[in-house]
Design a protein around this ligand. Structure first.
Ligand code: SF4
Ligand code: SF4
Ligand code: SF4
Length: 170
């Protein structure tokens, strides 16, 4: 089996926040799409129902449907060689990012994302409007996506961290 794990391909997949987000512990994109049979067993196994098909028929995570509990059911049900060993690797390098439609910078009080984050990865600082404004602690963020659907302005996305953050993550 030939596996394309060139650094260029790795970086392109890791830092492209617009790419389909595969289930946790998924191998690199070229390996995943080469071996995933699109059987949809992982869609059925996911306890929170966040795995859907992307435009090409491959599984992707949609955090607007819920959060990842890291239950590993998707990995366990899959017969294809498209997942890393959960006992040896972290689920993914994904972290939350808060975009420009966040209410805080606009002077409107909102703590919805912080209240949804069990990891305590969202901290609030006070801005010129004297209202709390969220900041993501990327070291504490697990990329679970629980903060995505709760945001009233859809300001939060979860995707690969910027190169300056976790470039060394496996
Ligand atoms: S269970 Fe495995 S082979 Fe089937 S769709 Fe999911 S990732 Fe692909
Ligand atoms: S780890 Fe569990 S909750 Fe997360 S995508 Fe897989 S099956 Fe769904
Ligand atoms: S993705 Fe999960 S851990 Fe990260 S900030 Fe959102 S709720 Fe917290």
């Amino acid at each position: 089996m030939t596996v394309d794990v060139s650094r260029r391909a790795l970086l392109r997949g890791r830092f492209d926040r617009t790419a389909s987000l595969r289930p946790p512990w998924a191998c690199d994109e070229s390996v995943f799409t080469a071996h995933c049979t699109q059987c949809a067993d992982c869609l059925q196994a996911c306890e929170t129902g966040i795995i859907v098909r992307d435009a090409g028929g491959f599984p992707q995570v949609d955090f607007h449907r819920g959060e990842c509990t890291f239950c590993q059911a998707c990995v366990a049900v899959c017969d294809a060689p498209v997942f890393r060993d959960p006992e040896r690797y972290p689920p993914w390098p994904q972290v939350a990012e808060i975009g420009q439609t966040c209410l805080g910078p606009q002077g409107i009080y909102c703590r919805s994302c912080g209240e949804s984050c069990e990891a305590g990865a969202i901290r609030f600082v006070f801005n010129a409007h004297r209202v709390p404004e969220p900041r993501v602690d990327t070291e504490a963020c697990t990329g679970c996506g629980a903060c995505v659907a709760i945001c009233p302005t859809q300001a939060i996305t979860v995707g690969p961290p910027m190169p300056s953050r976790r470039e060394e993550a496996p």
